[in-house]
Design a protein around this ligand. Structure first.
Ligand code: FPP
Length: 240
């Protein structure tokens, strides 16, 4: 039998797609030009996952802090998300991708929410790759919303506070059906996690690379994923 080249691959990779603005500005173009180029990369990276042994891919598309950008950029990004879903839906479904969204939907417009619901529904039978798009997502906001729901269950007598442990809170997080990420990649040279998957990444490995997101190719992704197999993950235990 041929050796399995994906053995030791990270099952769940999460990506902070950073650097679109700088990529555009370096070419004298508006920031939105960079976001459009970044959106094109998403398909290439999703398609690369099965061969690399990556079953779950989670991408940070818009944070709870991104509303602080100019109105033009925010509106442009929202319009890009609507267009992306409309344009990519069929291909994602046909390629066996199951799409989910995480984040707080309250500030999103009704049209975008309807498209998100539709895409989740039409890909719900898929299992080849699980793509999760974080949209109006913030790790602290997610934990706060989860805690509110947990507290409500206690108030309603559905949950005994004495039984709350490390296994309880994740059941209330947006990511409740996903495994924790094994590897978090951030592009564009910044070495910070910017409120992304705070609870879930407690034992993730991190990879910070200088490449700007619109230049993040399948080959760059493959290099990082293939390099992951050599890491010694001890989860707090000692090496044996
Ligand atoms: C960060 O780059 C990127 C974002 C805030 C938006 C991410 C969105 C995309 C990659 C495009 C669309 C995604 C989907 C799922 C369709 P930045 O603007 O902060 O770059 P900078 O640090 O160079 O300014």
């Amino acid at each position: 039998m041929a050796p399995d080249s994906t053995k030791g691959a990270p099952r769940h990779v999460a990506i902070i797609m950073d650097g679109n603005g700088r990529w555009a500005q370096r070419q004298g173009k508006p920031r939105l030009f960079g976001h459009h180029a970044g959106a094109k990369r998403v398909r290439e990276i999703v398609e690369a996952c099965p061969d690399l042994g990556v079953k779950y891919l989670t991408i940070f598309a818009f944070s709870t802090e991104n509303w602080k950008r100019t109105q033009t950029e925010v509106a442009g990004l929202m319009s890009l998300f609507r267009r992306y879903i409309t344009k990519e839906a069929r291909a994602l479904r046909d390629e066996g991708v199951r799409v989910r969204f995480i984040g707080d939907r309250v500030r999103l417009d009704a049209k975008l929410i309807a498209l998100m619901d539709e895409l989740e529904e039409m890909t719900s039978m898929n299992d080849r790759v699980h793509l999760t798009i974080a949209l109006n997502y913030g790790g602290r906001d997610e934990v706060a919303r989860a805690t509110k729901r947990l507290a409500q269950d206690v108030a309603d007598g559905k949950l005994d506070p004495a039984t709350v442990d490390e296994e309880t809170l994740p059941k209330y997080l947006d990511t409740c059906v996903l495994p924790d990420p094994d590897l978090v990649i951030r592009t564009s040279g910044e070495a910070r996690i910017s409120n992304f998957l705070l609870w879930q990444s407690a034992y993730a490995e991190y990879e910070f690379i200088d490449t700007l997101w619109p230049d993040f190719s399948r080959d760059v992704f493959a290099g990082i994923v293939n390099g992951f197999g050599g890491r010694d993950r001890r989860f707090g235990a000692v090496a044996t």
